[in-house]
Design a protein around this ligand. Structure first.
Ligand code: NAD
Length: 263
């Protein structure tokens, strides 16, 4: 398995949830990987690094800063000497109707969910050229489905999807593969409060054909596939990790029930 995967990996949002799961799965894979874990949560990063050991170095950084990409990549090169894969995973939510949100909300959400991914990719570019590496960003099912109360989130993730497809187009000549994963409802610290409400969780799970929320590891495994050699001819795509939910939106309309067949 080790030979199938990248070995020097940068992960953002690595203190929690999906990013932490990517780090833990890589660390459990025979100790062959070196990791640079980036996040703004210094305590969470320290806890993650303590679990993983010497393979991991940390970078405390705010992804809404314009120099975040340079800061992270400098730390990665100091620790690992090169980069085989970037997992650009951190993201944030701003809830509210579009009519109520403010320009500051727009700037904050788009800075982290969209711009930081580009900044990180740009800073990593020469190193990914050298390794013919991979870039994977975490988008969302909301990138393709308007989501009540999450208009800045969904649109920032939609922009991210296209940004990464664009990177795939521009960097194919360099042998760099660029892809996204789009989680559906996934149980992580980001969503824990909502899904610890049994009624809400049951309602959400009733809409998922596989009958359960995703877990961080479900999404992390898709990310590992995309950075690994098994995905060596795959670029510019989005893997939706949603238990089938995005194919299950029409039944709620009742379409097809009680309807006479066409003659
Ligand atoms: P999480 O909150 O557990 O982890 C996100 C991490 O990003 C945290 O450690 C946080 O500190 C870090 N982060 C946030 N803003 C930052 C900033 N400005 N600078 C540096 N670090 C920052 O959430 P998660 O569920 O693991 O989310 C990971 C990704 O998956 C996000 O991009 C999220 O939008 C996406 N996603 C999650 C779900 C879900 O249901 N959990 C669904 C779709 C998409």
């Amino acid at each position: 398995m080790t030979e199938e995967k990248a070995v020097r990996v940068v992960i953002t949002g690595a203190a929690s949830g999906i990013g932490l799961s990517v780090a833990e799965l890589l660390a459990a894979d025979g100790g062959a990987h070196q990791l640079l874990l980036a996040d703004r949560d210094a305590d969470g990063l320290a806890a993650a690094a303590a679990k993983i050991g010497a393979a991991a170095a940390i970078c405390v950084v705010d992804l809404s800063d314009n120099d975040c990409g340079d800061v992270i990549i400098a730390a990665a090169i100091a620790h690992m000497g090169g980069i085989d894969a970037v997992v650009s995973n951190a993201g944030i939510i701003a809830a509210g109707a579009l009519v109520d949100l403010e320009p500051e909300d727009f700037d904050r959400i788009y800075a982290v969910n969209t711009k930081a991914n580009w900044a990180l990719a740009k800073a990593a570019y020469p190193h990914l050229v050298a390794s013919k590496g991979a870039f994977v960003a975490t988008a969302s099912m909301s990138a393709s489905q308007p989501t009540p109360g999450l208009g800045f989130y969904s649109s920032s993730k939609a922009a991210l999807l296209m940004l990464v497809r664009q990177l795939a187009l521009e960097w194919g000549k360099d042998g760099i593969r660029c892809n996204t994963v789009s989680p559906g409802p996934t149980y992580t610290p980001m969503t824990k409060t909502g899904y610890d409400d049994a009624e809400r969780r049951a309602q959400r799970e009733s809409m998922i054909p596989l009958g359960k929320l995703g877990m961080a590891e479900d999404v992390a495994n898709a990310i590992l596939f995309l950075i690994g050699r098994g995905a060596g001819h795959i670029t510019g795509i989005d893997i939706v990790v949603d238990g089938g939910m995005s194919n299950n939106l029409m039944p709620a309309t009742g379409a097809g029930t009680g309807q006479a067949a066409s003659k």
